[in-house]
Design a protein around this ligand. Structure first.
Ligand code: PLP
Length: 440
């Protein structure tokens, strides 16, 4: 047992000494060690258990260490672990076919990337080359990844120190709880957000705009389900002006909303779909672009000026095939839908009835945001210090949370069970009581 504690300590020391972490001041890092996992749980070396209600970065949709996916990676590793992207490989074709199987009609090609950022990067490139136009419109409340065009498409603060790519314009999407449009109903919010987008398009010059890039359900920005008619309205605006619609399904796709693609729940048809995360639950880094026929045809006789050494990496491809097959045969997406409707949603609504600090609960499937406020009337966000105490309170009680700004995102793997939810809810409940004690 001492040996195990030593391993946790060694992991922390090596990390502090040599690992440079994402989005962090390097003197202020997490000390949580994760050494192993299974399903919705992870452990450190000493065996301390954590219920993973973050799915890490909202990507482990099938749960940790699904045996069929691990086995598929192992088998592929025995055959060939890496190949050039220009070669033909059976696992790659099988993976692409399965992804196409979940896409709408009129999509037959997949371009594989290393993750979600470069999926958006390449979708933007395709849109620009296909339309011969330059500008990309995306929302302020968005995250699209940490590379050239993807980070400048991103709306949140992470864009600002990285604004080196040109041709990006931002607008406000719908967010009724904090409406930019003085709306009081979802219908009003939808109508006014569409009016705003129409004005931005007109003011930017429609013939200069290649694409509108949207997260179908904005994820990191707060899990805002699009109000009735919004996505259909965006499609209509795009059609009126020959603008392409790119839907970023990196976080929302492959089961998170209780559907294969989040846009399956709306009257909208994208021209390009970007994906990553849930497609193989991140067991091997991968992402990609699902390409509609007219855009694919642009590159039948014209060279596509883009590529990656690891495009269609065999270990990633084998893991996609196994993950999607297992999700299909085990009803994982259906589980996410049902558990959201019958367990997570109702439990969070009940939590909100008991805790004044909860301003709003919203979401579906295993994709929920709990918005915490200092005051229900003014909706002033709960300050960062209180959010920090909530985060450490949850971790101390064995729950891995996803905390973003003033929100707790309740985003367990799609395989989460009734028992897991029943274990998690009293932890949220207790921490919301104790972490805020002594505050007005
Ligand atoms: N798009 C969305 C909606 C995301 O949530 C993310 C990551 O969180 C990305 C793109 C970027 O993906 P990656 O980190 O794999 O590059």
């Amino acid at each position: 047992e001492n040996l195990a504690e030593d391993l946790d300590e060694l992991a922390r020391t090596l990390d502090r000494d040599h690992v440079f972490h994402s989005w962090s001041a390097q003197s202020q890092l997490s000390s949580l060690v994760v050494a192993s996992g299974r399903g919705c749980r992870v452990w450190d070396h000493a065996g301390r258990e954590y219920l993973d209600f973050s799915s890490q970065l909202v990507n482990v949709n099938i749960g940790h260490q699904h045996p069929a996916v691990v086995q598929a990676i192992r088998e592929q590793a025995e055959l060939i672990t890496t190949i050039a992207p220009s070669t033909v490989n059976l696992a790659r074709g099988e993976a692409a076919k399965r992804i196409i199987g979940h896409a709408p009609s009129g999509f037959h090609k997949v371009f594989f990337t290393n993750g979600g950022a470069d999926a958006n990067e390449n979708a933007i490139r395709m849109a620009r080359l296909h339309t011969g136009r330059d500008k990309i419109l995306s929302t302020y409340r968005s995250y699209h990844g940490n590379t050239g065009a993807a980070i400048v498409s991103t709306g949140d603060w992470r864009r600002i120190p990285n604004e080196f790519a040109r041709g990006h314009v931002h607008f406000f999407g719908p967010y009724l709880y904090r409406s930019e449009f003085w709306a009081t109903t979802p219908e009003e919010e939808s109508e006014r957000a569409l009016h705003h987008l129409r004005r931005v398009i007109e003011a930017e010059g429609p013939s200069s705009i290649a694409a509108v890039l949207l997260e179908t359900v904005p994820g990191t920005a707060g899990i805002m389900l699009p109000p009735p008619g919004y996505l259909a309205g965006v499609r209509e605006l795009c059609d009126q002006h020959g603008i392409l619609l790119i839907l970023d399904e990196v976080m929302a796709g492959f089961g998170r909303t209780g559907r294969w693609f989040a846009f399956d729940g709306y009257d909208v048809r994208p021209d390009l779909i970007t994906f990553a995360k849930g497609v193989n639950s991140g067991y091997v880094p991968v992402g990609g672009v699902v390409i509609s026929d007219p855009i694919a045809a642009t590159f039948d006789d014209r060279v596509f000026p883009g590529g990656l050494t690891y495009s269609g990496h065999p270990l990633a491809m084998a893991s996609i095939v196994a993950a999607l097959d297992a999700m299909e045969s085990e009803g994982v997406v259906e589980n996410a839908r049902v558990i959201g409707e019958t367990e997570i949603g109702p439990a969070l609504v009940e939590l909100a009835e008991r805790h004044e600090v909860i301003g709003e609960v919203r979401g579906e499937g295993v994709f929920w945001a709990v918005e915490l406020v200092a005051d229900r009337e003014t909706r002033e966000p709960l300050p960062a210090a209180a959010m920090g105490r909530i985060k450490s309170g949850l971790v101390a009680r064995g729950l891995l949370p996803f905390i973003q700004d003033n929100r707790i995102h309740v985003v367990p793997p799609c395989v989460v069970t009734v028992e897991d939810v029943a274990q998690a809810m009293p932890i949220y409940d207790e921490v919301l009581s104790t972490a805020l004690e002594g505050e007005g």
